[in-house]
Design a protein around this ligand. Sequence first.
Ligand SMILES: C[S@@+](CC[C@H](N)C(=O)[O-])C[C@H]1O[C@@H](n2cnc3c(N)ncnc32)[C@H](O)[C@@H]1O
Length: 322
Amino acid sequence: VALDALVISVHLEGVAVEGDLRRARFIVVSPTPDFQVEIDGLVRRDISAATHLVEQWPMWRESRSQPWMVRVWFSPPEGSLAWLTVAGVTVPVPLTDDWHTLPELENIRRISGPVATQETHLWGGVVSAWKVYQMTGDASPVLDWGVGAGRVAVPLRRLFGVEVLGVDVDEVNVRWCQENLPDVPVSLSTLYPPLDFPDNHFAAVYGISVMTHLQRDTQLVWLRELRRVLQPGGVAILTVHGDHSLIQRPMTDAVSRAIAEDGISDHERDDIVAVAEAGYYRGTFQLRAQVKEAWGAVMPIVAYLPTANALRQDYVVLRRDR
Ligand SMILES: C[S@@+](CC[C@H](N)C(=O)[O-])C[C@H]1O[C@@H](n2cnc3c(N)ncnc32)[C@H](O)[C@@H]1O
């Protein structure tokens, strides 16, 4: 039985203002196209009839889940968030940024590349923070490993009330966080372990779009270190460029060969993001089966959420055993 085929994953892909309406765009990974859309608990209240399914993409290999793109037009309610339920999954849609401290584009682009904007920083961060919060709840303290400019940590702290600390190897963004985010303590970490925290310190650790840039051996070195700082029973939530990311980009022969042979391609350099050591940063792609085998040997994998954020990355959830 392919239980994966039953997993429904929904993420916000964008928010735009159109006259008096907001347009939210979602990716829904689901085996079926029959979606119900609700806003703030009321089925189809204020949702335009133009809500529709735009497109379906094929998945990698024989995966039975399918990604669908859904657009929803709605009148924004009062407050900073609208809650939309798409295909049974409730997602916060940010409507204001008055609770945020948005970084300058220069800081954002150090972490998210040249197409990122303050808007993508805002809604992408809320989506990831909500995903993390659903899994960690009020666990405390929580570490944001590779915090960047607080894209996820700020909404996690300010919208969902989580006590979150951050580390990053990028001095520029660490300084920006220290100067601008009094409620999120951030410190500089090193390219290789150890972290400056004692054993068993954190109830949860997350790293959004960090493993996606590390070589396979470096991934495992860091996984063992994250295990060390986790409390027994604590969870690590880490994203990868998984099966779905692979079909979204033109693959070179070298990448296809590496994936076919090893289930992972980690040789491509990615110098968009400014990291001290040349060649440290990679564009790493890996199959779910490879993650299961390599990472599962370090910590049990308790959940795997395909294409679960706006970057179309998969979320791997591991739990430190006793
Ligand atoms: C693509 S950015 C994502 C930033 C942030 N997690 C977010 O979602 O906005 C990757 C971040 O990981 C940081 N990074 C890379 N290798 C790291 C490591 N070994 N330890 C901590 N941070 C690292 C980079 O400096 C960068 O800020």
